[in-house]
Design a protein around this ligand. Sequence first.
Ligand code: COA
Length: 169
Amino acid sequence: MVQLAIRQLAAVDRGAVVDVINTAARWYGEFLPAQDLHDPEMTVAEWDAEARRMTWYGGFLDGVLVGVMGLEYARDAALLRHAYILPDYQRHGIGLRLAEHLEDVARRERAARGLRRLVVGTYARDYKARGALENAGYRLSADSAAVLRDYYAIPEDRACASVTYEKPV
Ligand SMILES: CC(C)(COP(=O)(O)OP(=O)(O)OC[C@H]1O[C@@H](n2cnc3c(N)ncnc32)[C@H](O)[C@@H]1OP(=O)(O)O)[C@@H](O)C(=O)NCCC(=O)NCCS
């Protein structure tokens, strides 16, 4: 995956970003009950709101956006959020490359922000994300409910269905 170019995303990218998110998130339909599915997963307005709290990064192949991920700081944690790779490009190491890029950014901020942990939340039934996280060296948090409560502001239905993974910064 040598040609992957990673850069910070801006408002001008938002249309392409929500396309990637909403295409990749269709996979949630394989394990979420219909009433818990959000379709679309994210609107442009929601992306704008998220972009006020976090920095978005995109992975490009030949100038085409194929994957996205957000980096948000919360107290002593760097949260890797909204990881979405287009289905045709999954399992080619792009998620790992994006995660490593965000981890490097967080490491450079470690002292200034007093960061101690990298944290990622995912649906408990999202075996793709869980496998990718374990491959990337993350371990299931001892108390996911406490981590979700302490670091995230997400709807109750999503929190109940989620787990968190972490590793030291
Ligand atoms: C989860 C996701 C971001 C991982 O990105 P990726 O680029 O596919 O992952 P990588 O290529 O870096 O890592 C590969 C690992 O991910 C897991 N994985 C990715 N796609 C998978 C699939 N279709 N089936 C099973 N495992 C899969 C496996 O553990 C795989 O390792 P393996 O090939 O040795 O078994 C991506 O699959 C995705 O966008 N999924 C749909 C949306 C989603 O679930 N997002 C998570 C939000 S927290």
